[in-house]
Structure formats: structure tokens, C-alpha cells
Write a protein that binds this ligand. Structure first.
Ligand code: NAP
Length: 317
């Protein structure tokens, strides 16, 4: 018989690592399965590994690089005895106790599971995105807007995110151009009206970004008209891609309750409880509203405390 662990954590962004720190310090000897470096969706460390400077994580007066912050959290989790597996979970079985978490042909058993597999910002699929992410290309205005003071930048997308980010970015940038592939926004009317009334926001309609220019920093965009296929260049020093996010929940389809349209896991109000007793979720996999490192870390702490109390309440001794 395999050992039955108290807790397995799946995913290693700020949520998973915070859950690991808390459960390790509660002596629950967590196993954290952090994902594989080769894959975007299972990137150990999560989305912060794809950013450069983080200035809004409390405690770092001069800011900290995203990968360094995650390295620190990982080392902190390891220091308290978290066992870390750099592999990808391939299947889970939550139908009975103990829960089963499979990694290839190996099976790990646990009384509680904390799901913190995160989400990924959808990208345009351009080669330049790999090179320039964190160097003028961003997917988070709240995180990076501050770096674009006095500059001319672009936001790609036509939904609430794009319009909200563009409006927010006008606090810093001199001019923000929303580039949308159609001639009509998808965003809610009130947000559209706000954007139309903002003198710093311009619109480039019926346009698809076909390339992001710049070797080490963004210097401009190539934009193609969806009407007549003509190409033009837009000189900007920053671009925010805001075409939606996707939670990493394929593994849990049919196994945990999730929002039908978006796939985000559903947690019970003010807790990390999922619909399966003993399985908890935290971080961006269940949050499409705040999506910040600090809120993910906070919810990781909630999941750890919920799991600890669940184990206490469901213990035989
Ligand atoms: P969304 O509503 O799915 O909008 C995505 C936008 O990106 C659409 O305009 C879409 O164009 C465009 N797009 C998608 N793929 C593209 C591609 N490959 N190239 C160019 N453009 C592309 O996503 P979202 O704006 O992130 O919003 C997600 C959900 O969160 C929505 O329910 C939204 O209401 C909600 N939200 C609410 C608020 C708020 O109320 N404050 C703020 C943010 C988000 P098309 O229009 O042509 O499809």
C-alpha cells in the first residue's frame, strides 16, 4: 500500500506555495507537485515566472523580479519540509477517500488535496510574445501600468478587460490605443461610454496585431486591417494583451464543480472549499476577478487553514 499523505498541493504559483508554507508549518508534510518547466500552462512558479519586476507585492520596498519572488517562496516552502515534485499531474480521482493523484504511472494518495493550478493569459500566438513579455509587453495593467508613465501604448482586445485596462492605463500613459479586430466592442455599455469619453483613448478598429516590433524592448506593432488586409505600423513603447484568461482546469473536468462558460473552479463563499469534501482550491484557478499575486497567496493561506481544520475535524483520533 502507498503511503496516505495528509495533503497534496497541485500547482506552485503564489497560491500553492503559500499553502505549502502553511501546511508544512502545521506539520502536515505536504507534497507539492509543481509542474514541468517545459510547459506554459504547468510552468512551475506560475505566471510570475513570465514577468520582470514586481513592485506591488508587499514587503519589497524596491520591488523584486517575479522569478526571484517565486524562487524565494519555493525555498521558504522547502525550508519547512515541503516535498517538491517537478512533474505534471496527469489524472486525479476524487470519488473516494483517500484521493488519488496520478503522475504518469505513479499514484499518490492523500486525505486532502489543494488545487492551485492557476490560469494563463491568452496570447496572440506571435513569436515576438515570448521575447518581449516583461519587456514592454504585458498581460496585467494593474501590475505593470506604472512602468509606462508618459508613454504611448496599445491595448489589444475589445472586451471588459481591454476597456478596463485601457482606462486604468490612462492614469500613466499619455495615449492608449485600443486595437480591436471588429468595429464594435464586446465590453459592457457603461465601460464603453467611459472609454469613448476619455480623451487619452484612441481606437483602431477592424485591426489585428500581426507582429510586435523590438529586439529587447517593444518599439511598435504591425497591424493588419481585417477589412482590406492592408498593413501599417503603430509606434508604441508598450502593449497590453487583454483578450481573456483561461484557468488550468482541464484535469478537473467532471470532477470538480466549475463555471460552465469559463471553466473557473467554484469555491464556497469565504472559503477554499470546492464541491468535493476534502478538496480545496485557491489562487487564479478559482479567481477571475482580482488575479493578483497577493490575493493568490492570501487564498493559498485560506486553503491551507481550511485543509488543516478539515483534517482535524475528520481525524479518527
Ligand atoms: P472576453 O469578454 O472574452 O473578451 C475578449 C476580447 O478579446 C474580445 O473582444 C475578443 O474579440 C478579443 N479577442 C479574443 N481573441 C482574440 C485574438 N486572438 N486576437 C484579437 N482579439 C481577440 O474577455 P475579457 O475581456 O477578459 O472578459 C472576461 C470576462 O470577465 C467577461 O465576462 C467580462 O465581462 C468579465 N470582466 C468584467 C470586468 C468588470 O466588470 N469590471 C472587467 C474585466 C472582465 P471579439 O469581440 O471579436 O470576440
Amino acid at each position: 500500500m502507498s503511503e496516505v499523505r495528509e495533503v497534496i498541493i497541485i500547482g506552485s504559483g503564489p497560491a500553492g506555495l503559500t499553502a505549502a508554507i502553511y501546511t508544512a508549518r502545521a506539520n502536515l508534510k505536504p507534497l507539492l507537485i509543481e509542474g514541468e518547466p517545459s510547459s506554459t500552462s504547468d510552468q512551475p512558479g506560475g505566471q510570475l515566472m513570465l514577468t520582470t519586476e514586481v513592485e506591488n507585492y508587499p514587503g519589497f520596498i524596491d520591488g523584486i523580479m517575479g522569478p526571484e519572488l517565486m524562487q524565494n517562496m519555493r525555498a521558504q516552502a522547502a525550508r519547512f519540509g515541503t516535498e517538491i515534485l517537478t512533474e505534471k499531474v496527469t489524472d486525479v480521482d476524487f470519488t473516494e477517500q483517500p484521493f488519488k493523484v496520478r503522475v504518469g504511472d505513479r499514484e499518490y494518495l492523500a486525505r486532502t488535496v489543494i488545487v492551485s493550478t492557476g490560469a494563463q493569459a491568452l496570447m496572440l500566438g506571435l513569436e515576438a510574445e515570448q521575447r518581449l513579455l516583461g519587456h514592454g509587453l504585458s498581460t496585467c495593467a494593474t501590475c505593470d501600468g506604472f512602468f509606462f508613465r508618459g508613454q504611448e501604448i496599445a491595448v489589444v482586445g475589445g472586451g471588459d478587460s481591454a476597456v478596463e485596462e485601457a482606462t486604468f492605463l490612462t492614469k500613466f500613459a499619455d495615449k492608449v490605443t485600443i486595437i480591436h479586430r471588429r468595429d464594435e466592442l464586446r465590453a459592457s455599455k457603461i465601460m464603453q461610454d467611459r472609454a469613448f469619453a476619455n480623451p487619452k483613448i484612441d481606437f483602431l478598429w477592424n485591426s489585428q496585431v500581426t507582429d510586435i516590433l523590438g529586439d529587447e524592448k517593444v518599439t511598435g506593432l504591425t497591424v493588419k486591417s481585417t477589412v482590406d488586409s492592408s498593413e501599417s505600423t503603430l509606434d508604441v513603447t508598450g502593449v497590453f494583451v487583454a483578450i481573456g484568461h483561461r484557468p488550468n482546469t482541464d484535469l478537473f473536468a467532471g470532477k470538480l464543480a466549475m463555471e460552465q462558460d469559463t471553466g473557473y473552479l467554484i469555491t464556497k463563499a469565504d472559503s477554499a472549499y470546492t464541491d468535493v469534501d476534502g478538496v480545496f482550491a485557491c489562487g487564479d484557478v478559482q479567481d477571475h476577478v482580482y488575479r493578483q499575486a497577493i490575493t493568490a497567496a492570501g487564498s493559498g493561506c485560506m486553503a491551507a487553514i481550511d485543509a488543516e481544520r478539515w483534517l482535524e475535524a475528520n481525524s479518527d483520533h
